[in-house]
Design a protein around this ligand. Structure first.
Ligand code: AMP
Ligand code: GLY
Length: 421
């Protein structure tokens, strides 16, 4: 099969890696891809919002399957578009994509189906939001209703910070007309849980956990994710059973009831406190960097799982994982998630070997004048698996020492909570 992967992150690089291992794959294409991806896929620059041009590309290259990495095209309805064109595409339709596209939609659905999550109110005007705030406890969580590239959530420790966050959203920081969700603050430890569903049945993927904050000890501003590991010891069988019963199954039922079965990857962000899991958020795609650790551990055929999902027979998939522990450490441009320098030169990447136990997944790299250069915030995702998490991390950090990139930044404590357990 000819398979097209949409996106340009390390998540998409790892998806291309897993797809390249499938006996079903004859060629891999990526739009837009990046320098790392170009080693295993043919990369073409087309705007991911330009569905017509992507369609023309698919026709020209006789693409059999499209895999969508990031959330934006899903929220914009790319799956509905290609289903109508009779091209197989992996991901949820536009209606279901609202789970990530609108926090208000997700919270209302949780309320309707009694799914445990933080209590909340939705607001479409600043004055009532601020009046409501004054009746609430601090800390409190302020969320922009729509997509905000991970920057739309403020955990406010004071009324002043909460008010400011509300004002910024209504002033249009994340787009005109954006509404606000105000949520109760939940204590606990976060965990990510991924399932793959054909709308009726679902498979649980291996557990994985990311580190969202930029600084060591999980401090500082939120990022897309600075590292991840799998399995995640906090996600015990007991928690999994509870989450399946109280969160996942009711969610899938909700979409069946609404006549829009959810198909694809569903990523539940959870808060676990004293053995009770509550839903923080839903994402409609693989996590980045969680995908990287899952793809290195996946033993079964990713393409087969995706086709079974599309064809409504996910139950036929025999999902298998390596018993090993896998970790990834993200190298970012110094300054991320704030301002950073672009086009800095990364040397010595060729000193790192890529094999079944070690992969350098690229997030934003390009090649210019025979140099590999950083082209964004998160740049590399150094991923290894081994018998123990500590050993996988040692391999990663030893390899990072070989890389010559003075403008690169990485956290030195990825996996510390899992190792302590
Ligand atoms: P979200 O985009 O909704 O996942 O929020 C981003 C991050 O903000 C989460 O990963 C949590 O760390 C934090 N967060 C969001 N909502 C809450 C909440 N209700 N209570 C505590 N922390 C939260
Ligand atoms: N790692 C967090 C995310 O992909 O949203």
């Amino acid at each position: 099969m000819k398979i097209l992967v949409l996106g340009n992150g390390a998540r998409e690089h790892s998806l291309c890696y897993a797809i390249s291992k499938s006996p079903k794959t004859s060629a891999i294409y990526s739009i837009p891809g990046n320098y790392g991806i170009s080693k295993i896929a043919q990369c073409t620059k087309i705007d991911l919002n330009d569905f017509d041009s992507i369609h023309t590309f698919c026709q020209k290259n006789q693409i059999d399957l499209i895999v969508v990495g990031p959330e934006v095209p899903l929220v914009e309805g790319i799956v509905d578009f290609f289903i109508n064109k009779n091209i197989k595409i992996f991901g949820p339709e536009k209606f279901a994509a609202q789970l990530e596209g609108s926090k208000g939609f997700m919270k209302d659905l949780c309320e309707e189906y009694n799914i445990p999550t933080a209590s909340y109110e939705r607001f479409d005007d600043e004055a009532s939001a601020i009046t409501y705030l004054k009746t609430q406890q601090i800390p409190i969580v302020i969320k922009a209703d729509g997509l905000a590239a991970g920057k739309g959530v403020t955990v406010a420790e004071s009324y002043t910070a909460a008010e400011q966050a509300v004002k910024e959203i209504f002033a249009g920081r994340f787009g005109k007309g954006m509404e606000v969700v105000i949520e109760e603050f939940m204590e606990g430890e976060e965990a990510s849980y991924f399932i793959c569903t054909d709308g009726i049945d679902f498979l649980s993927l291996a557990s994985a956990q990311d580190h969202k904050r930029v600084g060591e000890g999980d401090t500082g501003p939120n990022t897309g994710g600075m590292g991840a590991y799998s399995p995640a010891p906090i996600f015990t069988q007991e928690i999994k059973d509870q989450v399946d019963k109280k969160i996942i199954i009711p969610t899938l039922k909700a979409f069946q009831d609404k006549g829009h079965p959810y198909k694809g990857i569903l990523y539940a962000g959870l808060m676990i406190n004293n053995g009770i899991a509550k839903l923080v958020e839903y994402n409609i795609r693989f996590g980045d960097p969680e995908c990287q650790v899952l793809m290195l551990r996946m033993k079964s055929d990713l393409v087969e799982m995706m086709l079974n999902t599309i064809d409504g027979k996910i139950k036929d998939t025999n999902l298998k994982w390596e018993d090993d522990h896998c970790a990834t450490v993200v190298m970012a441009s110094d300054g991320y998630p704030g301002k950073f320098e672009k086009k800095t030169v990364i040397k010595n990447l060729d000193k790192l070997s890529n094999d079944n136990n070690f992969q350098v997944f690229h997030a934003s790299t390009l090649k210019e004048d025979s140099n590999i250069k950083a082209d964004g915030g998160r740049v590399l995702s150094i991923t290894a698996k081994s018998n123990t998490l500590q050993d996988a991390l040692d391999k990663i950090y030893d390899s990072i020492n070989l890389i010559d990139w003075p403008q690169g930044y990485f956290r030195k404590d990825i996996g510390y909570k899992a190792i302590k357990r």
